[in-house]
Write a protein of this length. Structure first.
Lengths: 85, 271
């Protein structure tokens, strides 16, 4: 570290860190607020059913709920293992 | 037409009761018949801030349970004849309030020609907070420029938009206003505090006013006089502006920028 670094004003202000953290958090909380409450349970039960037939890991399933003015979409994404065992 | 205003925040300690007392006094001083209701059953404090704690005989729960009439429970303010205070119960369970009971009280106040009804919400999102905002026409969202407060305000906005009477009956939504309290322009300048613009970016709310961090808030509560009556204080003036803006007057925002200290102030420190 050179002596010059001591004089550089590179420190990010704590307020801008706060703003960034809040923007991410608030966006996330707003999107999850509109989701139906059965979603986590649905995800759990789907996984149990699939695991009866295919050896998938717990994090290989994602359930997304999206909503716009006209329609609601429930998207279920399951990643199957490369070689079925 | 009666207007019901809820003063809410989610988080505690951000200035809801200070704000409720100040704006209710502000409306009354402008000549509007105003009632201010404490919804914090079990932890009432509005009576202390309004300086009427020794005149509380009956409270909102007594009225709901038919143990007293509304007229018996309403306390006439000693500073302003247009202002009445309905205290919360200090002894009852916080679930003692009911939606029908609160609805009836608000209807009765409207029938008595009250122009503004200010509902001082408790912190949190439980029953008291829910009932304080349920019947509201307008919401004053009190926020500190600080992460926890901003997050809780956003949560509260979600509740206002989905769980209020207006939301349930598909009426025009509650009008939401931002009141940024305990603001310190000096700390914003050196990057230690979220700015007004930052908070507005995150919450996308109409700014009704900024109340600066001020010693006068504590001294006002010490003596039980709403800070808006301290006309010399910055916080008092900020609340005067807020009341005027809400009533439709065009007042430029103040207390967002640092005050330029004069030579005298630089040497001897002001305030």
């Amino acid at each position: 570290m050179s002596l010059l670094d001591y004089f550089k004003i590179t420190k990010v202000s704590s307020a801008s860190v706060a703003k960034e953290r809040l923007q991410i958090l608030v966006a996330h909380e707003r999107s999850s607020k509109n989701q139906p409450s059965y979603l986590p349970q649905l995800q759990k039960e789907l996984l149990q059913v699939i695991q009866k037939y295919v050896n998938v890991s717990n994090d290989s399933i994602s359930v997304n709920f999206e909503q716009d003015d006209h329609q609601e979409t429930l998207e279920v994404n399951i990643v199957l293992p490369d070689k079925p065992r | 037409m009666t207007r019901i205003i809820v003063v809410t925040s989610g988080k505690g300690g951000v200035g809801k009761t200070t704000t409720s007392a100040a704006i209710a006094m502000g409306f009354a001083k402008k000549g509007h018949k105003t009632a201010v209701i404490d919804f914090d059953v079990g932890l009432r404090n509005l009576d202390l801030i309004m300086g009427c704690e020794r005149r509380v005989v009956y409270d909102i729960v007594n009225v709901i349970y038919g143990e007293a009439t509304l007229n018996q429970a309403l306390i006439k303010d000693k500073h302003c004849e247009n202002l009445y205070i309905l205290p919360a119960s200090q002894t009852r369970d916080k679930d003692a309030l009911s939606q029908e009971g609160v609805g009836q009280i608000l209807e009765e106040l409207a029938a008595k020609d009250f122009k503004y009804i200010v509902c001082d919400s408790p912190a949190g999102i439980e029953k008291g907070a829910h009932l304080a905002m349920y019947f509201a026409d307008d919401a004053f969202v009190v926020t500190n420029p600080e992460v926890a407060s901003v997050r809780d305000s956003d949560r509260m906005l979600g509740i206002l938009a989905s769980k209020s009477r207006r939301a349930e009956q598909n009426l025009e939504p509650i009008k939401e206003y931002l009141l940024l309290t305990r603001y310190s322009p000096e700390r914003v300048r050196i990057g230690e505090m979220l700015s007004v613009a930052d908070v507005q970016d995150i919450l996308s709310l109409h700014l009704l006013g900024v109340i600066p961090e001020s010693k006068s808030v504590l001294t006002a509560s010490n003596s039980g006089t709403p800070v808006i009556l301290d006309e010399k204080s910055d916080a008092g003036q900020a609340y005067v502006d807020i009341v005027a803006r809400y009533l439709g007057e065009d007042k430029p925002h103040r207390f967002i920028e640092e005050e330029k200290k004069g030579l005298f102030g630089k040497f001897f420190g002001s305030k």
